[in-house]
Design a protein around this ligand. Structure first.
Ligand code: FE2
Length: 199
């Protein structure tokens, strides 16, 4: 089935000044749109077209003959997930059962933030930082290029895009400055809580 490019869940200016309209236009309308379009073109008329994109990602992960398709499938999914991980006036701290689970599994919210920032800052080259549920334990992980935790049996709860296209127009080479804005002002903790509740 064709995978649709979802509209941004907020206006293109909604994340300013942390992330500019220009970044969101390029990132969503060019980068994300291209991954979706290439994915749809590649699966059209094949057996994979009958499956959900999540099923395709899990099925073809690690298959070197399908690396190009995997990259577009995973990038299409990762970006849809990433947009929902942010909101205007986000950031702050989680509440309720998510806050308790973070305290239990990381020691404190500050320890989680430290680990998440480190994952994003130390991902060499392009990739993603994640908060996942791994056998009912919260973990921070990072993936290279298009890879995502679905292929490891983990449940993604939060992601941060650390490809240069996510921050270069606004922060140039200062990835840690983008990471600070993401954690401090953009994270949509309601979405993260919903993901944990649904897991
Ligand atoms: Fe991206």
């Amino acid at each position: 089935m064709a995978y649709e490019l979802p509209p941004l869940p907020y206006d293109y200016t909604a994340l300013e000044p942390s992330i500019s309209k220009s970044t969101l236009e390029f990132h969503h309308d060019k980068h994300h749109a291209a991954y979706v379009s290439k994915y749809n073109d590649a699966v059209k008329g094949t057996e994979l077209d009958k499956k959900s994109i999540e099923e395709v990602i899990k099925e073809i992960a690690g298959n070197s003959d399908k690396q190009g398709l995997f990259n577009n499938a995973a990038q299409a999914w990762n970006h849809t997930f990433y947009w929902q991980c942010m909101k205007p006036n986000g950031g702050g701290t989680p509440t309720g059962s998510l806050a308790k689970k973070i305290d239990a599994d990381f020691g404190s919210f500050d320890k989680f933030v430290e680990e998440f920032k480190s994952a994003g800052a130390t991902q060499f080259g392009s990739g993603w930082a994640w908060l996942v549920l791994d056998n009912d334990t919260l973990k921070v992980t990072k993936t290279l290029n298009a890879d995502n935790p679905l292929t490891s049996g983990q449940i993604p709860l939060l992601t941060m895009d650390v490809w240069e296209h996510a921050y270069y127009l606004d922060f140039q080479n200062k990835r840690p400055a983008y990471i600070d804005e993401f954690i401090g002002k953009l994270v949509n903790w309601d979405f993260v809580s919903e993901n944990m509740a649904a897991a």
